[in-house]
Design a protein around this ligand. Structure first.
Ligand code: NAI
Length: 313
């Protein structure tokens, strides 16, 4: 499998590095507009191949889309990250221009590729990619739910340990759907489990509310600590989506996709669980939403539509 990663910044370089470490791709091309950065990071990664025991070729180029030709997957991380105090949505104007031009150029050389969109505001950038390329919806996937679910599992494990239930994030099943947005993402508390047991049986309502709030602002918390947005978990999450496609894993992962009536919605891209395999997103998985979770999902959809409206302004 050949993968292109557009943007060799914090997230893009991490995606390329994790893909190489996981050994499922033959080639990763890292491309950026900044002269020398992709080349330098790719060379640095190739010089870790011996120590880490991988034989994936990592190539770095500046603006040379010919080198990306025939990529099976193109991961788009190009664009500005947020600074402390900013929302993802504030990036819409500047990143829309970058994402639109990048996907156009990548598609010229890889007409059959599957896009994974990372650049923020990710739900709107996924919608923009789908609309501007006219690609079938199975080939345009936004990454946000995988990351938010990882943060949810992390905060659940913290709360469970505090309540006397030993847990690591990997012992937990938990999913976040809706928009990749500080205010309206929807951590699904009702179906989260620790080794098969509902977390609602182990944590108080107060503790669960605290987990939900920490999950929602998980990205902002890291931006406050780091001065820019995070990259280890975003990079690992994006690489996990590429891996599911490469291995035709048919994994159920919450991702941002274009809805055509599922969850009662259409004409937007928002996070829902999907089956991910070699053709990209194969189908939407229906989770029955009730009560508060359904109301929160509807609110998240409204928020995503508002950002999409700004794309045409
Ligand atoms: P960064 O600033 O470290 O890297 C961005 C890179 O994009 C830079 O190297 C820049 O030169 C490059 N770039 C800009 N315009 C370009 C173009 N036209 N073609 C190719 N490359 C171009 O930023 P970072 O931290 O890597 O974040 C990248 C994006 O990912 C941001 O928009 C950020 O908000 C988003 N993000 C999304 C997450 C998600 O869960 N969806 C999680 C974390 C970040």
């Amino acid at each position: 499998m050949k993968v292109t990663v557009v943007g060799a910044g914090n997230v893009g370089a991490t995606v390329a590095n994790v893909i190489a470490l996981k050994k499922f791709a033959s080639e990763v091309v890292l491309i950026d507009i900044k002269e020398g950065v992709s080349e330098g990071k790719a060379m640095d990664m190739m010089q870790s191949a011996h120590a880490l025991g991988y034989d994936t070729t990592v190539v770095g180029v500046t603006n040379d889309y010919a080198a990306t030709a025939n990529s099976d997957v193109v991961v788009v991380t190009s664009g500005l990250p947020r600074k402390p105090g900013m929302t993802r949505e504030e990036l819409v104007g500047v990143n829309a221009k970058i994402v639109k031009s990048v996907v156009e150029q990548a598609l010229k050389y890889s007409p059959n590729t599957i896009f994974i969109i990372i650049s923020n505001p990710m739900d709107a950038m996924t919608y923009l990619t789908l609309k501007s390329t006219g690609l079938p919806r199975n080939r345009v996937i936004g990454m946000g739910g995988m990351l938010d679910s990882s943060r949810f599992r992390y905060y659940l494990s913290e709360a469970l340990n505090k309540a006397g239930h030993p847990a690591t994030p990997t012992d937990i099943d938990g999913m976040v759907i809706g928009g990749h947005n500080d205010k309206t993402m929807v951590p699904l508390v009702s179906i989260a489990t620790l080794r098969g047991i509902p977390v609602t049986q182990m944590l108080s309502k107060e503790a669960l509310d605290d987990v939900v709030q920490k999950t929602k602002v998980g990205g902002a918390t890291l931006t406050g600590l780091l001065g820019t947005s995070a990259w280890y978990a975003p990079g690992a999450s994006a690489a996990a989506l590429v891996e599911a496609i490469a291995l035709d894993a048919k994994k159920i992962i919450p991702c941002c996709v274009y809805l055509e009536g599922e969850y009662g919605e259409k004409e937007l891209c928002v996070g829902v669980p999907i089956v991910l395999g070699k053709n990209g997103f194969e189908k939407v998985v229906n989770v029955k939403l009730e009560g508060e979770e359904k109301a929160k999902f509807d609110e998240s959809v409204r928020a995503a539509r508002e950002v999409n409206d700004q794309l045409s302004e």
